[in-house]
Design a protein around this ligand. Structure first.
Ligand code: NAD
Length: 420
């Protein structure tokens, strides 16, 4: 893999920038440039027709300096160790920028889930869980959902761990269903956090939500909830997309109907959805629409040096992890655009995961208002710190967020010292 194709290189570049601005000493930078632990496993699974397929799974823990490692598990055909390493490092910064007591981790299986039956996916998940037993744990590394994994997947993981431990272990995963000790508001948390971040940004630049047009790339957990909540705040959602294509309506899409449609459609996709005045456009067109706010909420590397010049949105709020490459970001910033970085923009999920973990440990559960109120407090305060750091240091929002995060992790490392 060349340097330019590596997402981990992209994460290292962002760390390097922040380290330079913070005057971080070379030894600390050296430690933070490495992941603490990487585990790659072969996962044989008996398929429904009796064949045995072998899949590859990974779990990477980037840093436990500030607390147990935390991060989602992704099922996707593009999952690689390079990607999982980058995502685990971003989790470290994400937990630090919103100041929750976690380090960063990530996991993934290289698999095209559309080609597997539900039973096959369940066996694969359980096998992966057992392979990861030596390193996951309620106080060491707590998984959560990510692309193509859900509350149901978390239930299988929790049950597998519980079978091996001989007792029910609720706090081993977050993003569980409510029946298994999940938190109210967790499913919507990442999209709600995207909405809070977008509103904070609009407030700072004096732009009313009612005068803001929006396009959202990706209509899964993050994209659909972001679109729904931004619409409820008065924004006009003119375009959304998923792998089946992009859907456009100048005076605003019927987001609630689209979410309902996906609940019963093939693979949860928008394919086949129709509404008066709606047209289909390409995913490339969606990214380049003349809107005020763009929320990339699908996968990484969607805005690159190839299309950055064509992005017209003034505000980009990164719902996905790593959707804008460093080179593309330089182009966007040179055109006076604002990019709210992933580690802040999509941190709502891990914040409410933290609330869920706290509730599971205490066996004491909050109502949804309490969850949403606390989430808002954390996001609004974190956005304020990042905005003020950006103004004080005259840097963009990503550098400001990274400076706050890297500084917090570096201080924790310093306070602990290097073993032995
Ligand atoms: P998801 O699987 O629920 O949804 C992904 C969506 O993106 C689907 O609608 C899919 O069809 C669409 N998509 C994929 N490739 C696309 C493309 N090329 N063009 C248009 N649409 C495309 O996943 P999710 O949980 O919503 O996660 C989305 C992103 O947000 C990922 O980068 C993930 O790491 C990040 N994220 C998720 C959470 C969370 O709580 N779910 C938290 C933080 C960050």
């Amino acid at each position: 893999m060349s340097k330019s194709e590596s997402v981990f290189e992209m994460a290292l570049e962002q760390l390097g920038d922040a380290a330079q601005r913070l005057n971080l000493n070379a030894s600390t930078l050296r430690v933070l440039s490495h992941c603490e632990r990487e585990l790659t496993v072969a996962l044989p699974v008996v398929m429904d027709d009796g064949r045995i397929e072998v899949f590859t799974g990974h779990r990477v823990q980037h840093s436990s300096a500030r607390g147990p490692c935390k991060g989602g598990i992704r099922f996707h055909h593009d999952v690689s160790i390079d990607e999982v390493k980058a995502l685990s490092m971003w989790m470290t910064w994400k937990c630090a920028v919103v100041n929750i007591p976690y380090g960063g981790a990530k996991g993934g299986i290289t698999v095209d889930v559309t080609k597997l039956t539900k039973n096959e996916i369940r066996r694969l998940t359980r096998r992966y869980t057992v392979a990861m037993l030596p390193i996951i744990g309620s106080h060491s590394d707590i998984p959560a959902p990510d692309v193509n994994t859900s509350a149901e997947t978390m239930g299988w993981i929790m049950d597998t761990v519980s079978m091996f431990r001989g007792s029910t272990v609720l706090d081993i995963v977050t993003g569980k269903s409510i029946e298994l000790g999940g938190s109210l508001g967790r499913r919507e948390a990442t999209g709600r956090g995207v909405m809070f971040n977008a509103l904070e940004l609009l407030k700072r630049v004096d732009q009313a939500p009612s005068e803001t047009s929006v396009s959202v790339q990706g209509f899964g957990n993050v994209g659909s909830v972001s679109a729904d909540l931004l619409q409820k705040e008065g924004c006009r959602i003119v375009a959304v997309s998923d792998v089946s294509g992009a859907y456009y309506k100048e005076d605003g899409l019927p987001i609630t109907d689209m979410i309902e449609y996906c609940k019963s459609s093939q693979n949860g996709l928008l394919d086949g959805f129709d509404a008066p005045g709606m047209t289909k456009i390409s995913n490339t067109e969606l990214l380049e629409l003349d809107v005020d706010l763009l929320v990339p909420a699908a996968l990484e590397k969607q805005i690159t040096e190839k299309n950055a010049d064509k992005i017209k949105a003034k505000f980009i709020v990164e719902g996905a992890n790593g959707p804008v490459t460093p080179v593309a970001e330089k182009i966007l910033l040179s055109k006076d655009k604002y990019v709210v970085p992933d580690i802040l923009a999509n941190s709502g999920g891990v914040v409410v995961s933290y609330f869920e973990w706290v509730q599971s440990i205490q066996s004491f559960f909050w109502d949804e208002d309490e969850v949403n109120r606390n989430l808002k407090r954390v996001i609004v305060n974190s956005f304020k710190s990042v905005w003020e750091m950006a103004e004080r240091e005259k840097v963009d929002l990503r550098n400001a967020a990274m400076m706050i995060a890297v500084d917090r992790v570096a201080r924790a490392l310093d306070a602990r010292g290097i073993f032995p």
